[in-house]
Ligand binder design. Sequence first.
Ligand code: BES
Ligand code: ZN
Length: 626
Amino acid sequence: MAKVVASIVLAFLAGTVSAANDPHSYADTSQFVVRHVELDLAADFAAHRLQGSATLAVERTDPAARELHLDTRDLDIRSVQRIDAAGQAHALGFLLDDPDPILGSRLTIELPRRPDEPGRLSLRIDYRTSSEASALQWLDPAQTSGPHPYLYSQGQAIHTRSWIPLQDTPSVRVTYGARIRTPPELVAVMSAARADPAASTPGEYRFEMRQPIPSYLIAVAIGDLKFQDLGDRVGVWAEPSRLAAAAQEFADLPRMLEAGEKMMGPYRWDRYDLLVMPHSFAFGGMENPRLSFISPSVVAGDRSLVAVIVHELAHSWSGNLVTSATWNDFWLNEGFTTYAERRLMETLYGKRRAQMEDAIAYEYLTQTIADAQESGQLAETSMRLDLAGRDPNEGISDIAYEKGRWFLGFLESRFGRPAFDAFLREYFDSHAFTSVDTATFRSYLLEQLARPGAPTIPVADMDEWLFGTGMPATTPAIPSGVFDGVDRAATEWRAGRLAVGELPVGNWLPQEWLRFLDEQPADLSDAKLAELRSQFRLGADGNAEIARSWLALVVRCAYEPAYADLERYLLSTGRYKLVVDLYRDLARTPSGLALGEAIYAKARPGYHATIRQAVERLLRPESPGS
Ligand code: BES
Ligand code: ZN
């Protein structure tokens, strides 16, 4: 076993960090590196297109290189020009390959070397996006909470190439500027600073991102947006009708930011704002720098889902400041962030709350590993993945998040908390604004472990975490006692010793509801299910996570009376994790699969492409490419 692990490790260590190792990009950074992107785009809401130009500042890293390869998807490229020092444009030859279904089309630009070449080439690409651009969601007024249309982008993982031609790999970092033109009544926001807040004319917005970021973090949203301050450095954007509730829900944002800095070092992005998205947004949250995009389902009314905000904020260090260099190393973003999320939840809301979130998530992780085992896909439970030839979204699973979280929990237990905090801080400081792969992190950890006073961690133990499957033998004890009261009440109720009205739900947190519902067995009787349903009015509405856990129980028990609620939920929820988990549960039995297919046929048009792909993989596991 140790030998196998060692040879796998050697294979991973063979290369250095470069896009040559990123199987999801056509970029060759040994030849050229894009350093800055200047966008000039107009939003055409009638045609569902962005139109304008991207001007790239490019460095030739190999003097012999003559062809620059960029990533694009469904772009209509009008012209490519070199802009000389005097500002004169010179046409360049270019070639757009036929699209690869996963990677899109390689754009090759001919770049003969000139004797007077400056350190950075300036290349202007005139183009427009397709109305089908995978990063862009164009919403009609009916899909928003007001009378105006809305546009937003979602770059992660490899969608930025569908609205900007560039080196779309997280191993390359760029600064960016933008001029965005919108209909005069709408407001544009980006993952960047507003460049001219006062001078701005209606319908024209300028932005500047001075810190280098990976391409998947370039983001834009345009809509009827209003802003409310929540502190000196923090605030929230939303459509007017959502603003007050959002400001209430996220009132702890200043405290969260302070806790983040205390744990992980200075916040390096100046401002931290939230943008509350329309319902179709596919994620709980997306960590666009300076401006996280947040699902409106997080605005539960009782601040019970703020862990999502803490999570996205934590990405300001793990993910945005230090970035996983390829999607195979996605765990470096999400595992670190989930660890930080739980630590910050503990600081902000107490140990009990953090332990609840840990215990619930650990149950899901256990299920994910059991499913992988059963379907002969245990290789998918390695933190370091090999997604070459596959869609990088296939790497989105509890493994990156929760196994990653417990790897850091393991390290914390060996270092001791104060020493581990110092380790983390130094890691962020020494790797700030760089992209790191698993091999680089591994070497860094080995170096730190060689220092005097560091704990002894056998390399084999470390590598079992990074490259092994399932949960390692060194997994720390997962605190489980927090739900003893809930579990006892559940047992008593099932045994008939406690009436449904006697369940002590009066002071249950939403997390306790999740536990109660998640732990019910698949053979719970229809009578018991009916009791729960009517006593607690469980259905498709209210707290989106409680509804998900109830509906998962409905699926587990094939409880037909609640199928209409299941359908309503799946038709109205756009959040990846909630939706995909339910389809996964449905796909476990032939009758569930049939139901899942029937609901999906109706729900499909409303889902984001990322969700469609994931659901179709679940419902048709034998189809090609899965
Ligand atoms: N960066 C992710 C969302 C993401 C992952 C988008 C992969 C595209 C590809 C974000 O930080 C995230 O993890 N969101 C979670 C919330 C979190 C609390 C687990 C979500 O959307 O559920
Ligand atoms: Zn995340």
